[in-house]
Write a protein that binds this ligand. Structure first.
Ligand code: GDP
Ligand code: GDP
Length: 437
């Protein structure tokens, strides 16, 4: 499990600037609770072979009301989820009353806290930090998020107690117990109900204590003699009401489950339709390259025109994930749940398939024969050889010359051709182009 760093502080101290510097924002996942201008943002970063997760929050101003109060609430949730807190203050503004209010809160909290003085560019460190010793949160550390001053030193220092991870997660290497299935989705879409269905009711009691820890929980099970591991985020429990479900929803667990699984089942709710958070989640699954099965839940009791409308909306808006099978299910009644398995198996097989260099190169040459890459500055782009560079997701490495000039349309043609011929379904497929000239 990656260490999780929460960035907290007044608005405008530079939290999002630091967040962007620390994370590849492509992976950012947003916990958006409707109506908020700024929610919790989650992103992954890496220092050498140490991965970490960063949570950015809207900020705490010290005297919250209305929307500000909700933003402050988001910061408190982020602190709860984190292992490490970066309390950020502004060297240029100096110590503000709101900083003291936040410091009071953090002192009561047991989380490891670092006092980070931002915007110290053009200032001597002692001068930048001098105001902040009185906060009583240890030595203030001067950085400049915008310019990168001291940022990697800070991270290095903070991550010192955490071990290196030589192999940054290759779950395909660890399938001895069977395909690892992650069930993810926003609160209340029916994850727990689905998980209970998949495991069979009698298992529920055994795992009733689950959901108390931050990590996603792994549950091995068998179906028709075949082993699987369910990576559960919902926590199998009987809940009283909807609010509790929303409170228990943890983005960190969700990120964890996605990383730990071979195949992610993203659960959507046919009653509410697609919302932003569904799309963020799908985006995240896509960026991690996990195999994907879509389960549109609560399909029971819908009128037929509502079904039709939902089908076409999903088709229109989820075009970017059209490589994934989509199932219309009722976790409550069990309808369609069994049909998920063939899709899971197929996605897993596609994601972990191995193809020889010979086969891939022949396929590449056939594709090029059918449709030549364009000329660039009078020279034809040449694609000579292809080999497999990884799996789950499959990575195809193509060697040639002038590959930097290869148009996107041609790359799409290659991806589609390879996908069709290799019968890859349910997983993204990635191409890397290497120049030999
Ligand atoms: P947030 O509200 O805490 O997320 O703050 P932002 O990241 O949006 O930054 C607020 C302002 O401070 C922006 O105009 C940034 O460009 C500026 N800023 C952020 N980091 C630095 C820094 O290291 N030095 C200086 N001089 N300005 C910074
Ligand atoms: P989670 O927060 O995603 O784990 O959602 P739950 O499994 O707790 O389900 C949320 C609510 O939706 C509960 O009241 C369930 O009974 C209900 N629900 C779950 N699946 C279905 C379904 O297939 N059909 C209908 N009608 N309701 C469902």
């Amino acid at each position: 499990m990656n260490p999780v760093i929460a960035l907290v502080g007044r608005p405008n101290v530079g939290k999002s600037t630091l967040f962007n510097r620390l994370t590849r924002s492509r992976d950012a996942l947003v916990a958006d609770y409707s109506g908020l201008t700024r929610d919790r943002h989650y992103g992954n970063g890496e220092l050498g072979s140490k991965p970490f997760t960063v949570i950015d929050t809207g900020g705490i101003s010290g005297d919250e009301q209305g929307i500000d109060a909700v933003m402050a609430e988001q910061s408190l949730l982020a602190i709860d989820e984190a292992d490490i807190v970066f309390f950020m203050v502004d060297a240029r503004a100096g110590l503000m009353p709101a900083d003291e209010a936040i410091a009071n809160h953090l002192r009561m909290n047991q989380k490891k806290t670092w006092l980070v003085v931002n915007k110290s560019d053009g200032m001597q460190e002692e001068i930048a930090t001098s105001d902040f010793w009185t906060l009583g949160l240890g030595d203030p550390i001067a950085i400049a998020a915008e310019h990168g001053r001291n940022v990697s030193q800070l991270i290095e220092h903070v991550l010192e107690p955490y071990p290196e991870q030589e192999d940054l997660l290759h779950p395909e290497l660890d399938n001895d117990q069977g395909i690892r299935i992650g069930v993810v989705g926003r609160p209340n879409v029916g994850k727990s109900t689905l998980v209970n269905r998949m495991l069979g009711e009698e298992r529920v009691v055994v795992f009733d204590q689950a959901g108390t820890t931050r990590d996603a929980i792994e549950i091995p099970f068998e179906r028709r003699g075949k082993p699987y591991v369910l990576v559960d985020t919902a926590g199998i429990r009987r809940r009283k009401n909807v609010t509790e479900a929303a409170e228990k929803f943890s983005i960190i667990k969700t990120l964890d489950a996605i990383k730990q699984c071979n195949v992610a089942i993203v659960v959507l709710d046919a009653r509410t339709g697609l919302v932003e958070q569904d799309l963020h989640l799908l985006d995240y699954v896509l960026s991690t390259g996990r195999a994907l099965v879509l389960a549109v839940n609560k399909w029971d009791g819908l009128e037929s025109d509502a079904k039709e409308k939902m089908r076409s909306e999903l088709k229109r808006r989820l075009g970017f994930a059209d490589y994934a099978d989509m199932h219309f299910i009722s976790a409550l009644h069990g309808t369609g749940v069994g049909d998920l398995y063939p899709s899971i198996t197929r996605a897993f097989k596609s994601a972990t398939a191995r193809w020889s260099t010979n086969r891939l190169t022949t396929l590449l040459q056939d594709a090029v024969g059918e449709h030549q890459p364009p000329l660039v500055r009078g020279r034809r782009i040449k694609l000579r050889m292809a080999h497999q560079g990884g799996s789950n997701p499959p990575i195809i490495v193509v060697h040639g010359n002038q590959v930097d000039a290869l148009p996107d349309a041609y790359k799409r043609f290659l991806i589609n051709t390879f996908r069709k011929v290799l019968k890859v379904r349910g997983t993204p497929i990635r191409f890397e182009f290497r120049a030999n000239d």
